[in-house]
Design a protein around this ligand. Structure first.
Ligand SMILES: [Zn+2]
Length: 286
């Protein structure tokens, strides 16, 4: 969108704060013909131009707000869900797995909200670059931990044969490798980064098909598809207004569906995968 290039270039000047409200100046008469002045103003409020190679997208003020809001809204529900899944845990292994799931789900929304909040505050004025850089790494790194924490309860509480046995620990190795990748090559190879997320998130689903008990897997798959569909918007900054916030909404919905699946079909007494609850055995029977 060349029409918004004026704002982007001008954003390196001192009066950056005011530029989000400034009426854009069309670059050429062709732009005016194409969009009309009113459309142009609206577009520049809700979307800036697509970044060039090696550039990062410059969200508009409204996009910054939407980015903060769409994940900020997930923090309290994820804490409430955390309480319910812990409360419903039936034995020690379930309790541990729900703790891990709850911690990383809450961390996902918290890290994202913090990162986008500081971006909204300091990116327009080009300040706190180091803080924003590390918060961005945390935002991206937590996604790997969230993926591992999402799969682990399914792989650990259901019998899923050979692939599941290995994937149970491999997904955490992938998560650590993903974090190291983020730390060393943050934002350097953007398409590779997205491909890695899709690989790490998609591979463990192979084990799902080998499970002895498939209750709840339909919901798990729906949640996964919602995430995957959201990735399309993750790549559409500067093409679709609020693209990143739309991606956030997909993460929010995917996590909600997934947490519901965990709650209704994975925790509590499990007839298909009986594991003795030793804490309830009377003394002397051990
Ligand atoms: Zn985000």
């Amino acid at each position: 969108m060349g029409s918004c290039g004026v704002i982007r270039r001008a954003s390196t000047t001192k009066d950056e704060d005011d530029l989000f409200l400034e009426e854009p100046t069309p670059e050429s008469s062709e732009d005016i013909k194409k969009l009309g002045k009113e459309d142009l103003t609206t577009k520049c409020l809700y979307m800036n131009r697509r970044p060039g190679k090696g550039e990062s997208y410059e969200p508009t003020h409204f996009e910054h707000l939407a980015n903060v809001g769409t994940h900020g809204i997930g923090i309290v529900p994820s804490l409430i869900a955390f309480y319910y899944i812990i409360d419903a845990a039936h034995r020690e292994l379930q309790y541990t797995l729900m703790f891990v799931y709850g911690v990383f789900t809450t961390m996902l929304f918290l890290a994202s909200t913090l990162y986008h909040f500081f971006e909204m505050l300091y990116r327009p004025v080009k300040q706190k670059q180091r803080l924003r850089y590390y918060l961005h790494i945390c935002d991206r790194a937590v996604i790997y931990l969230f993926i591992a924490a999402s799969y682990t309860p399914w792989l650990a509480l259901r019998h899923c044969g050979y692939p599941g046995l290995n994937l149970k620990w491999m997904i955490w190795v992938f998560a650590i490798l993903g974090i190291l990748y983020q730390y060393n090559f943050h934002e350097r190879y953007k398409s590779l980064e997205t491909a890695l997320y899709i690989f790490v998130a998609g591979l463990p689903s192979v084990a799902m098909f080998t499970m002895n008990d498939r209750t709840g897997l339909d919901l798990m798959m729906i949640g996964g598809l919602v995430y995957m569909f959201g990735v399309i918007f993750f790549k559409l900054d500067g093409v679709v207004p609020f693209a990143h916030a739309i991606w956030h909404v997909h993460v929010l919905l995917g996590a909600a569906v997934h947490t519901y699946a965990v709650y209704v079909s994975l925790i509590g007494p499990d007839a298909n995968n009986p594991v003795p609850d030793v804490s309830r055995w009377p003394d002397g029977e051990l």
